[in-house]
Ligand binder design. Structure first.
Ligand code: SAM
Length: 380
């Protein structure tokens, strides 16, 4: 079983207060919105590496008709994005987020930091990537960035139900306008489906027992709150077999991934990005649990190896890799960053550059993946 390194839900103690103290002096990065200091609410993970990887090669790249274009698919509070725009003064940035509140706060921050004229906000899920670019008349792009998962703002908003350490309605939607909530998953999915999501997305050993108990209990009273779900898992999982931490952590993670369709959206978005890259364009992704990282790694791997049988003595030009790896495996946060920002403990940062046009065979495979529900890990 892959090691789970998700940070979902237990970060409430590590965000606003800790980061507020460590960043109070960095006035340049500070943005006050509604009395909230955005730079302190969410500390961007591996910021310097992300700026280097996203903007490297863009600065000074002349395009006859328009500015170099960066797309941040997970804008959040724009911690990374403001740094990208400052690093490349001629670039424009499309910032996508499905959370309307995050998008509004980020837009305000861009204005306060004098970056609004180079910023295009988009309220969408990132798997609507191509439509979003089309709507703004944008063809090819120079770099795309993803910082997956939740922002500290979302984790701290206890009423959204992401946190198992606060009692709240079982909601867990990043986009509060979508109909599917965690409560509906628990009330409506059949037992087999619940087992599948707890096992696949949570790597929970007691998936079967937990799902059975949920179905038995909801016949008389549906689960409505995170405290009720915590109590149920606490009763079902034997004390001797519990992993460290809260026994419900994996179930909460699985529900969040299901409610927001996180892995399917990721698997449908990566090929859309690749097909929009200009020559030497880059894809840079920060993942926070093993299933995300597996999806990203499998996608990038397709372009990193020569497309020939192992015993072929010479690689013909058309079979050469089309991606170049910029990170040598996954980059991780160092101890100092983990100490100041615990969310960074589970990060895996991967980046590739497009070094030649995507061969037709792969382009066709990517087109298929964009409309498919299956993930790369399952297909390959
Ligand atoms: C970790 S935060 C990004 C923080 C940002 N890098 C910063 O420095 O402020 C992730 C953001 O991505 C958004 N997000 C997650 N999945 C998404 C999806 N499928 N489509 C669009 N936005 C998504 C979340 O709403 C959240 O605001």
């Amino acid at each position: 079983m892959a090691r789970e390194h998700d940070d979902t839900t237990d970060m409430t103690k590590t965000t606003a207060t800790t980061t507020a103290t460590t960043e109070r002096n960095e006035k340049d990065d500070m943005t006050e919105t509604d009395g909230r200091d955005l730079a302190a609410i969410h500390q961007p993970v591996l910021l310097e590496d992300c700026v280097r990887l996203v903007t490297g090669g863009i600065a000074g790249r002349a395009h006859a008709d328009h500015a170099p274009t960066i797309v941040d698919c997970t804008l959040g509070l724009a911690g990374h994005s403001t740094a990208f725009l400052k690093a490349v003064p001629e670039a424009r940035l499309v910032g996508i987020d499905r959370d309307a509140e995050a998008l509004a706060l980020a837009t305000e921050r861009m204005g306060r930091e004098g970056l609004a004229d180079r910023f295009i906000p988009v309220h969408a899920a990132f798997d609507e990537f191509s439509e979003a670019l089309d709507e703004h008349g944008i063809g090819r792009i120079d770099a795309a960035f993803m910082d997956l998962g939740l922002s500290s703002l979302q984790i701290d908003e206890t009423d959204r139900g992401f946190s198992y350490s606060h009692d709240a309605p079982l909601d867990m939607r990043m986009d509060v306008s979508q109909p599917l909530t965690a409560e509906r998953v628990l009330a409506e999915y059949d037992e087999r489906a619940l087992v599948r999501i707890f096992r696949t997305y949570g790597e929970e050993k007691f998936s079967r027992q937990i799902a059975r108990e949920i179905v038995a209990r909801r016949a008389t009273r549906p689960l409505r709150s995170s405290a009720e779900l915590n109590a149920l898992v606490d009763e079902v999982v034997p004390k001797a077999h519990r992993p460290a931490g809260n026994p419900a952590k994996r179930v909460f993670q699985a529900l969040r991934i299901e409610v927001n369709g996180e892995l399917d959206k990721l698997a449908r978005t990566l090929p859309q990005i690749a097909l929009r890259l200009r020559g030497h364009g880059r894809i840079v992704v920060e993942s926070y649990h093993s299933l995300e990282d597996k999806t990203v790694k499998a996608f990038m791997a397709q372009g990193l190896v020569a497309d020939v049988p192992p015993n072929m003595p010479v690689v013909p030009p058309e079979a050469r890799p089309f991606f170049r790896e910029l990170t040598r495996g996954a980059l991780k946060a160092d101890e100092a960053e983990i100490a100041s920002n615990p969310r960074s403990a589970s990060v895996r940062l991967r980046a590739v550059e497009l070094v030649r046009p995507i061969p037709r065979r792969y382009a066709e495979r990517f087109e298929t993946a964009i409309t498919s529900d299956r993930q790369y890990g399952e297909r390959n």
